[in-house]
Unconditional design. Sequence first.
Length: 135
Amino acid sequence: MSALIKEVLKWVKSRPVTIEYPKEETEVEPGFRGRHYADLSKCVGCSLCAIDCPARAIAMEKVPPEYEVPKKNPRRLYPVVNYFKCVFCYRCVAVCPVNAYVTTNEYRLATDSAVNSRQLSLNTVPKAGGGGSGR
Ligand code: SF4
Ligand code: SF4
């Protein structure tokens, strides 16, 4: 058998080298900066993260009245990250004076709804009247 045919047979019998994502999960490097959001039980609404964001990806919004926020956030402001604009530099995480950001290595951001941190953050505080945290 010629060397060429041997080589062809070897590759025909071998498994594909491509990863069949999403059937097969891809590994995430340690320290990978993925989806992040503010924990509203810690956030004081200071806006520093929004001011410092180089991509202008953070909008400060009012917490809807049905959610309870700590007294340390009297203006009831919180940051909403637009993941379409975000460059995942984590500058916001670093500047937050109260370490309010929850960081994850989640990179799967595709969704049929808005791609932002609004609901993830609202889920960190209870609803007024004991309605639970919406999680
Ligand atoms: S990770 Fe960087 S780009 Fe994204 S919201 Fe934070 S500061 Fe802005
Ligand atoms: S810097 Fe921290 S405390 Fe200030 S608005 Fe952003 S998440 Fe909240």
